[in-house]
Design a binder for this molecule. Structure first.
Ligand SMILES: [Zn+2]
Ligand SMILES: [Zn+2]
Length: 249
């Protein structure tokens, strides 16, 4: 039996220095449940330490959490790395960590980076500056995500900063991206015309939320699938087995 799932594949928690303190995993899940958001990918900058808390907070709520990260590559491209299994995601996090900038976060300037548990208790403050480029290239990042069974999505390609289009001027066609994402700035139905370089890649839209208001009001993508899993979403993006998604852009 297939049904439509409402998915937000780009959500920041309090681990991202730019996110509001209300963006704890527990609060995000609580609001997802109330607003009928079925699938939430947790995607903090260059780190994944709040994903486990989101998974625990979501247990029994009917909200599916996808482990994810918004990687900043050495080309300053933002890339969403989504995984279906925590084991694969942990491998990815371990792979990324030594490639992060050695600089420490400037809390006063960028904001604090909180690692919390599923009850909003503070576990620790991440001191590495997460809002910086790693020394991973876009190429090697996408290849590694795909090798470990993940899904790579070029983030906010319509934004003037940190986008594949602004940093590279194009979207390498053989990169291995599963989709590109456009932000709320692009009106539904206009992305392919406005950004012809997207080509034939599937287009999704997510909130890129840093506040609860953004999370509730931001764009979502609808997926027709049997279960709210990454494997099913991947099939929906390519239209396999009757699964599909509604191209929001
Ligand atoms: Zn971004
Ligand atoms: Zn983001």
């Amino acid at each position: 039996m297939m049904r439509w799932f409402r998915a937000d594949l780009h959500v920041h928690t309090v681990l991202s220095p730019c996110a509001a303190v209300e963006m704890t995993p527990r609060n995000i899940i609580r609001h997802a449940q109330a607003a009928g958001i079925d699938i939430v990918a947790i995607t903090d900058h260059n780190a994944g330490d709040n994903v486990a808390a989101a998974l625990r907070a979501a247990a029994g709520t009917g909200v599916a959490v996808l482990p994810g990260m918004e990687l900043q590559t050495r080309e300053e491209v933002h890339l969403l790395a989504l995984f279906g299994k925590m084991r694969d995601f942990m491998k990815w996090c371990g792979f990324v960590a030594p490639h992060r900038s050695p600089l420490l976060n400037d809390e006063a300037r960028f904001g604090p980076q909180f690692v919390v548990d599923e009850t909003d208790e503070l576990i620790r403050i991440e001191e590495t500056m997460l809002l910086a480029s790693t020394d991973l290239s876009l190429d090697e990042a996408v290849a590694q995500i795909n090798e470990w069974g993940g899904v790579a999505i070029a983030a906010h390609v319509d934004r003037p900063m940190f986008s594949c289009l602004t940093q590279l001027g194009f979207i390498p066609p053989d990169l291995g991206l599963a989709a590109v994402e456009v932000s709320r700035n692009t009106k539904p139905g206009t992305a392919r015309e406005k950004y012809p370089r997207i080509g034939r890649l599937p287009i999704v839209s997510s909130s890129d939320a840093h506040t609860i208001d953004d999370f509730i009001s931001g764009p979502k993508t609808m997926f027709l699938a049997e279960t709210p899993t990454l494997a099913e979403l991947r099939q929906a993006l390519t239209g396999e087995g009757g699964r599909r998604f509604r191209d929001p852009a």
